[in-house]
Design a protein around this ligand. Structure first.
Ligand SMILES: *[C@@H]1O[C@H](CO)[C@@H](O)[C@H](O)[C@H]1NC(C)=O
Length: 315
């Protein structure tokens, strides 16, 4: 049985501290079309696959994390069988391997509504043309269902003991477990939290999430510090409770900034973490390159090596 939980949000505020972040590593080829990236490396030949929001889940491949990235097509060229508005767009891919299959979680939704579902497709190779849509995972919400949460941004987690979980959520409350709403992260003063990604490293599970205004900067710039940024809390358990570096619960406003706007990087988010055989743990994300432009279609693929030597991820 898949147990699952969910992340929620509302309105924002803490100005991100500007620290000495490293610049994104090099990227060549197609480095835009990279919203909410999910990275996986095919172990049989070392090819990197990048899945991203929109275009029925755009797929790019490269021989290295730095590129050159080449567009391969849509993972689900016919869209999703889930009967909801948005089923010809598809958001927030999360790709993982379990047994002999690669699985792709995707979201069917439309901007600012709660009529959403998390679907799943599978493939044995990752290649475009090999994905079979299996429809809804059953994790779904609607504006009339009376639930507080929104079912998008699914992320698969294994606890290493044969238990599997899904974190999900954005802009509507909560984390869920065993069919009951269990909220893993929430900030009563700023609920604009989304895109959870849990990464196990050493003896901890790190809950990464994005906070702030994600999108539409070209038409509406948020107050400085309220743009997207990447936060983290950690726990010794895959399902929490998660706390930040100062010990504040992630359910009560906690969250340590991992990466925020700096230099020509603006609004980094939609992140994931990948254990790369060459670079070790890598944080990947999309961001606005202020030298290029602020439109959603101009967002760039970024990645950095991260160090956990302090017990907390540092870019
Ligand atoms: C899809 O949903 C709409 C609205 O709820 C409904 O009218 C329609 O019959 C559904 N289509 C299918 C194929 O189930």
């Amino acid at each position: 049985m898949v147990r699952f939980f969910h992340l929620f949000g509302a309105v924002a505020l803490l100005p991100a501290l500007v620290l000495g972040y490293s610049l994104p590593e090099a990227c060549s080829g197609v480095c835009n079309n990279a919203h909410d990236p999910s990275i996986i490396r095919r172990s049989s030949d070392g090819t990197y696959f990048r899945f991203s929001t929109g275009g029925k889940i755009a797929v790019h491949t490269a021989s290295s994390l730095s590129g050159p990235w080449t567009y391969q097509g849509a993972a689900l060229p016919s869209g999703s069988s889930i009967n909801l508005t948005g089923n010809q767009d598809l958001w927030a891919p999360d790709v993982f391997k379990l047994g002999s299959y690669y699985y792709l979680y995707y979201s069917v939704s439309s901007f600012g509504v709660q009529d959403s579902a998390i679907g799943v497709a599978r493939s044995t190779s990752l290649d475009v043309g090999t994905w079979t849509d299996l429809g809804s995972t059953g994790v779904a919400s609607s504006s009339t269902s009376g639930v507080a949460y929104n079912t998008i941004d699914g992320n698969f987690i294994s606890d290493g003991s044969g238990n599997y979980f899904m974190t999900f959520g954005s802009f509507w409350q909560g984390i869920h477990r065993n069919g009951e709403v269990y909220q893993v992260a929430y900030d009563p003063s700023d609920s604009a939290m989304e895109g959870p990604f849990v990464f196990q490293y050493g003896s901890y599970y790190y809950l990464f999430f994005s906070k702030g205004q994600c999108c539409g900067y070209d038409s509406s710039m948020p107050p400085s510090g309220n743009e997207y940024r990447i936060m983290v809390c950690r726990s010794t358990s895959a399902v929490g409770p998660f706390v930040d570096q100062s010990g504040t619960s992630c359910r009560n406003g906690g969250g340590t900034v991992v990466l925020a706007s700096h230099d020509w990087v603006y609004g980094p988010g939609g992140q994931g973490v990948y254990q790369d055989p060459t670079y070790g743990p890598v944080l990947y994300y999309h961001y606005v390159d202020t030298r290029i432009g602020y439109a959603d279609g101009q967002k760039q693929f970024g990645w950095n090596k991260i160090s956990f030597s302090t017990g907390w991820p540092v870019v």
